[in-house]
Design a protein around this ligand. Structure first.
Ligand code: ATP
Length: 286
């Protein structure tokens, strides 16, 4: 089976600064690093490192050679990523000495995928494959509809949260994944819990899989000393989908996802910090 992921690809530019810049200020950075980012790319990397066959669907600009090479190095298929004239999505991330940050996000080419691109990419998908979606690209609702019509298992990660985006995708979603803040916002907006399978992640308090029947499967978070929790949710989702795709049961898949995310938060970075399947197996044997 395979995992198809319509997702963002970003270039992250990270600047360490003595303080966050004030209006009108020109500030010299203390250091600079650049790397692969975006929720979509993070989830693709997490699933590929976990052992799934992953095809990323998206769009980048002419400046994306390095991030595409990085995705491929992590085992992510990039044939369904379109190269366009629009700049690659990117984030300008300033981080001060207290680890407080200020971020400018430019979506760029992430807003170019359309129905035709998704339809073409999914021509090779098979019934039972997974289709992953987040809220950082265009064409989510179209993709969800096509995925559902073709018998794919559609998993929607409702982040960054936007209630209208969720409303559009929900009718075609098999599994909705949110953190507890997003779940509370959705329930407040809809006036009820949505009647679909859904996972709510609660950081160090663990995660729950709620079924429409009312059944709840809870997994605790593993106790670790976190260094950087950025991307924990993406790690959890990528590993969960990879485990389900490999035929594991829901409890086993939730346990592996929880272990993977626990490892990931002990490492600095997001996409670059995703564990592989051997890391997770070793962690669970300890
Ligand atoms: P982010 O936005 O930082 O990517 P998120 O808000 O989407 O994360 P969380 O609910 O914070 O997602 O975390 C997802 C999962 O990661 C949790 O359900 C848990 O399994 C694991 N996790 C997160 N933080 C910790 C922690 N401090 N210790 C152990 N596991 C953690």
């Amino acid at each position: 089976m395979a995992v198809w992921n319509l997702g963002s690809v970003n270039i992250d530019h990270v600047y360490q600064v003595p303080h966050l810049p004030a209006p009108g200020e020109t500030l010299a950075a203390l250091s600079y690093s650049t790397g692969l980012g975006g929720k979509g790319a993070n989830q693709s990397v997490a699933a590929a490192r976990a052992g799934a066959v992953v095809h990323h669907i998206g769009a980048v600009g002419p400046d994306a050679d390095r991030v595409l090479a990085r995705l491929r190095a992590f085992g992510v298929g990039t044939d369904a990523i379109r190269i366009t004239d629009t700049p690659t999505g990117h984030a300008i991330i300033t981080v001060d000495a207290q680890a407080e940050n200020a971020i400018i996000l430019f979506p760029g080419a992430n807003l170019l995928p359309d129905r035709d691109q998704v339809e073409g990419a999914l021509a090779d998908a098979r019934v039972g494959d997974f289709l992953l979606l987040q809220n950082e690209t265009s064409a989510q609702a179209e993709a969800a509809r096509i995925g559902r019509e073709r018998g794919l298992r559609v998993v929607y990660s409702a982040a960054p949260f936007d209630v209208d985006a969720v409303r559009e995708v929900l009718p075609f979603t098999n599994l909705l994944v949110m953190n507890e803040g997003e779940a509370a916002q959705l329930q407040a907006a809809l006036g009820q819990v949505p009647p679909v399978e859904r996972i709510v992640t609660r950081g160090a308090k663990g995660a729950e899989w709620h079924s429409p029947s009312g059944e709840v499967l809870s997994v605790p978070a593993f106790r670790v000393r976190p260094v950087d929790t950025t991307g924990a949710g993406d790690c959890f989702i990528g590993n969960l989908v990879a485990a389900l795709d490999a035929g594991l049961s829901r409890p086993e898949a939730m346990r592996r996802a929880s272990a993977a995310a626990a490892i990931q938060v002990t490492r600095a970075g997001a996409g670059e910090a995703m564990p592989d399947a051997a890391d997770v197996t070793a962690f669970l044997q300890d």
